[in-house]
Design a protein around this ligand. Structure first.
Ligand code: SAM
Length: 234
């Protein structure tokens, strides 16, 4: 599944705060339909975010200058590093990342230290909904990258929204409508509920969105401010 790594990609890895590692065509890593153009995308691991999407995350942080970023689902830390390396370029900001898998938490923390980015990262070993439930009142994330399990991402958004914790950008990964047919092992009902939930969130809670239909898919939404957090009276 590997292919020769063009020299320019090693610069991109460094730019994103990632270690040198092999790069694979996404078409060899995940199941896709031709419309997803996966042969034009690049993956570093099976579960980690594609390079092109990591670049998008990095560019969003450079462009929107969020002070506080949340990532649900750390995995080996690829998304976290792409976000944190942009915060480092900005000179401020912190990425809070949560994962409930202890091995992944440890692996990712080691990666943050090796990249010298640990001061831009706050890593939690926790379920995402449990972490969100314990957030101090007044916490507001300028950007949230929803990348845990598909079944958790809509509840994560709703829990954050109810607390008034969504300050601007909500970025959802794995949003290709073709995943219902290409990823049946993830549960067709779960994927339908996720994609339907995204359409509802875009319509009810957001001022607009950019839909990236290729590879695993990405939707970048801009959240309407909530005048009064629903938890303020509790
Ligand atoms: C697709 S991977 C995340 C990829 C990563 N964000 C990246 O950019 O490479 C999904 C991760 O969600 C984690 N996860 C599963 N259930 C979770 C939960 N309840 N709370 C937080 N993380 C969870 C898994 O352990 C896994 O590491």
């Amino acid at each position: 599944m590997g292919r020769e790594q063009p020299a320019e990609w090693s610069h991109v890895l460094r730019f994103l705060g990632l270690p040198a590692m092999p790069i694979f065509p996404e078409s060899g890593v995940g199941d896709h339909v031709p419309e997803e153009r996966a042969e034009l995308f690049h993956a570093l691991t099976h579960s980690g975010t594609e390079l092109e999407s990591l670049l998008m995350l990095h560019a969003l942080v450079l462009s929107f200058k969020p002070e506080l970023i949340l990532e649900t689902g750390t995995d080996t830390g690829l998304g976290t590093l792409a976000l944190a390396s942009a915060a480092a370029k900005n000179g401020f900001g912190k990425v809070v990342t949560v994962d409930n898998d202890e091995q992944k938490y440890r692996t990712a923390n080691a990666a943050f230290r090796s990249a010298g980015l640990e001061r831009y990262v706050e890593s939690h070993l926790s379920g995402s909904l449990e972490y969100i439930g314990g957030l101090p009142a007044g916490t507001s994330f300028g950007m949230v990258f929803f990348d845990s399990r598909s079944r958790l991402r809509i509840p994560e958004f709703e829990a954050l929204y109810a607390r008034g914790a969504l300050g601007n950008l909500a970025v959802f990964h794995d949003t290709s409508k073709h995943r219902i047919t290409t990823q049946p092992h993830k549960g067709t009902d779960v994927l339908r509920a996720y994609l339907g939930g995204l359409d509802r969130i875009a319509k009810e809670y957001c001022t607009g969105e950019i839909v990236m239909p290729y590879s695993r898919g990405m939707r970048i939404m801009q959240v309407k401010p909530l005048a009064t957090p629903l938890t303020s009276s509790i």
